[in-house]
Design a protein around this ligand. Structure first.
Ligand SMILES: Cc1cc2nc3c(=O)[nH]c(=O)nc-3n(C[C@H](O)[C@H](O)[C@H](O)COP(=O)(O)O)c2cc1C
Length: 335
């Protein structure tokens, strides 16, 4: 049986990818993920705020150096060395690439069109097999138009594509008025993969303390339905690879994403909940399921349950929706 998979031109031993999370914040974490058998590792994101802070630090160092003796130009204040920003990130990336035999993908989390390019190049130079652009942009200002939000995504991608030669993936949110058209535009702008979807970490309200609490919640398998629907709708319609992210808890969830048409299936929650070693359980479970169902290779099942090319996507989705409501109205619910 073969689990081998191609993801944006990278040859992976299997389609399970560790998505960006605190698990890849250390070399030991990256090694544990690779040892557990994942096909690739996406490092946690370097945040645009860190890039800006680093730029300010650099400007301060240049000023400081101008007033000092030549040898002081090599001087780095302790807070720069401690900074969990770009230098530390690039060092971890370089060490990870040297330490593991699976592709390591660098990730940048940003909002504005500037700031991505230099660090995408630096990540490529540090050995990243690919770059993932985590465009975490919630247009909170109600005057921002949907077209502007979309153009921002295309601009960021185009700039990075003009700069690096490694493949570039775009991690998207699901909040577009026409997710399919956004996907097509990014595909045309040269995206090598689309990662569907990021989860916005929506703050909660604590009614006892009467305060807003920024809280990270892990996902549940039910949340996989939205990305899975979009993967099923986009499979076979783009040049870019499709990566699924959100709601993987068991190997069945991995299989379902592959059936919908995902090229790779990412997980953060399951590995945070059960430890990096859980990747082996997911991969073994996928193999067992494939053997039970008589699939010899991942390619044999990928996209089997995607919306068929040439089908009327709206009608297809509408039929499922109407059918589901009809069932619900006759009392057939999933509890
Ligand atoms: C604690 C935590 C930290 C995360 N950090 C990042 C990050 O740095 N960059 C990123 O692109 N996604 C990040 N994510 C999102 C995950 O990579 C993933 O896309 C999302 O959690 C959905 O997948 P899951 O259901 O398997 O968790 C983070 C998620 C969690 C729970």
């Amino acid at each position: 049986m073969s689990l081998e998979t191609s993801y944006m031109g990278l040859a992976l031993r299997n389609p399970l990818v560790a998505s960006a999370s605190p698990l890849s914040q250390t070399l030991d974490g990256v090694k544990r993920l690779a040892d557990a058998g994942v096909g690739a590792v996406v490092l946690y994101s370097l945040f645009e705020e860190q890039l800006r802070r680093a730029a300010l630090e650099d400007a301060r160092l240049v000023d400081a150096g101008a007033e000092s003796f030549a040898e002081s130009l090599t001087y780095f204040p302790p807070q720069v060395e401690d900074d969990a920003g770009p230098r530390k990130y690039l060092s971890l990336l370089e060490r990870s690439v040297a330490a593991v035999d699976v592709p390591v993908i660098g990730s940048i989390n940003g909002v504005t069109p500037t700031g991505w390019v230099d660090y995408a190049r630096a990540m490529q130079d540090a050995g990243a097999a690919a770059i993932e652009l985590n465009i975490y942009y919630l247009p909170g200002d109600p005057r921002i138009s949907g077209r502007d939000v979309e153009q921002r995504h295309v601009d960021i991608l185009s700039r990075v594509k003009d700069t690096v030669s490694v493949p570039v993936a775009v991690k998207l949110s699901p909040y577009f008025s026409s997710t399919g058209e956004m996907a097509l535009r990014l595909d045309e702008a040269g995206a090598d993969a689309l990662v569907l979807f990021n989860r916005f970490l929506q703050p909660d309200i604590d009614a006892e303390t009467v305060a807003v609490v920024p809280r990270v919640t892990l996902s549940t398998p039910a949340e996989a339905r939205l990305p899975r629907t979009w993967i099923a709708l986009l499979h076979g319609r783009l040049r870019a690879s499709l990566a699924a992210t959100t709601g993987v808890e068991t190997s069945v969830d991995v299989a379902k994403y592959l059936l919908a048409g995902a090229d790779v299936v990412m997980t953060a929650t399951a590995l945070l909940r059960h430890g990096p070693e859980h990747a082996a359980v997911l991969i073994d479970g996928l193999s067992d399921w494939m053997a039970r169902k008589g699939f010899a290779a991942v390619g044999d099942l990928r996209g089997m349950l995607a919306v068929p090319p040439g089908a009327d996507e709206v009608l297809y989705e509408r039929q499922g929706y109407v059918g589901a409501l009809r069932d619900a109205n006759t009392g057939i619910y999933e509890h």
